[in-house]
Design a binder for this molecule. Structure first.
Ligand SMILES: [Zn+2]
Length: 342
């Protein structure tokens, strides 16, 4: 799956910031460390050192190649340690040492954290001190697909760059699932509602399997000691759960965006908000015609309720089924009168 356009888009913004001297000292890049987010981090760093005369980074010059090979002396790459699977205090101390050294070239120093969510709490607190008072010409990139797992104090010190959900396999699948659930099944019956929730649950199941595969590919255990195996198993499960929670958050985000598009249509707003589903204008229009403003708002509340219920650890299938029944039951004849009621 290609994620080039959105990497280029994010890069273009950062290139502008750099050119105008407004580059922040720390960015939280949210996306797959092994996919789009990892690629973006590498290109942002290359932006600082590339020597090409034209558009930077060129990807060809000696500096770009050094960065791609992780051998540039001014750039420190920090990754979770194999054994503990965490980013530890000693690594943060090495970061502080690195940024306090004089830069070899270009004046810039850069630090890239891959899987920044794995910085352990003590180490994160130490890092926080550096983020609060960063030296000049120092860039921190924190790459993660689990921003919720970072200390909020660390997150608040970073500018967020969220690569659009299209970057991830699950983002594409979830957006498609929302379109399918909202347009693929006709009717307002109970059966139709259940069918809609089944479609979404099917995609969630698929994404969860992908998450498990990804985590297992990442976490090859190198130990035979049973204590450590047990700990590794717990970490595996925690990581899967955490990624699955992000998946659910992503799903609710798309469901809300769908209902927002419908609401904008109902109130006839051609405001600043661009539609999230520009490819579904017709279907959105059809649903909007059958709704009053109050109903369209109620649908948004329904999604918010679903999100809250899932956060309370209610069973996901149950929440989906009930939620879709509520969503499907809207647009009854009485609603079609479109009274200006909201
Ligand atoms: Zn270059």
């Amino acid at each position: 799956m290609s994620f080039e356009p959105e990497v280029e888009q994010a890069l273009a913004l950062l290139r502008q910031s750099l050119a105008s001297g407004r580059l922040a000292h720390a960015y939280l890049i949210v996306g797959s460390p092994r996919g789009a987010a990892g690629v973006l981090a590498e290109r942002v760093v290359a932006l600082l050192y590339c020597t090409a005369p034209g558009e930077r980074p060129c990807g060809q010059c000696a500096k770009c190649r050094q960065i791609a090979a992780h051998t540039h002396p001014d750039v420190l790459w920090v990754e979770p340690q194999k054994k503990s699977r965490g980013i530890l205090m000693a690594q943060i101390e090495a970061v502080q040492e690195h940024i306090n050294l004089t830069s070899f070239e270009g004046g810039w120093k850069a630090v890239v954290f891959r899987n920044a969510d794995r910085i352990n709490p003590q180490a994160a607190n130490r890092l926080l001190k550096t983020l609060e008072e960063p030296p000049d010409k120092c860039l921190f990139l924190l790459v993660t697909d689990q921003p919720a797992a970072l200390l909020p104090t660390v997150v608040s010190r970073c500018q967020r760059v969220v690569l659009a959900a299209e970057a991830t396999v699950s983002g594409v699948a979830l957006r498609a699932a929302v379109i399918d659930a909202m347009t693929g099944t006709e009717g307002r019956s109970l059966v139709a509602a259940v069918e809609r929730s089944r479609k979404v649950l099917g995609v969630l199941k698929q994404v969860r399997e992908e998450i498990e595969e990804t985590v297992d590919a990442d976490e090859h255990t190198e130990t035979q000691a049973s204590e450590e195996l047990k700990a590794a198993k717990e970490i595996r499960e925690a990581r899967i759960e955490s990624l699955y929670k992000e998946t659910l958050a992503e799903l609710f985000r798309w469901l809300l965006l769908w209902q927002r598009d419908v609401l904008l249509r109902v109130v006839g707003a051609n405001g600043p908000a661009a539609p999230a589903f520009p490819d579904q204008v017709k279907a959105i229009q059809q649903q909007a015609v059958a709704l009053t403003c109050r109903r369209a708002l109620a649908n948004i509340n329904t999604i918010e309720d679903m999100r809250w219920q899932v956060a309370q650890n209610l069973s996901v299938p149950m929440v989906m089924e009930r939620g879709f029944i509520r969503l499907t039951a809207t647009g009854t004849p009485e609603d079609r009168r479109r009274t200006p009621d909201a």
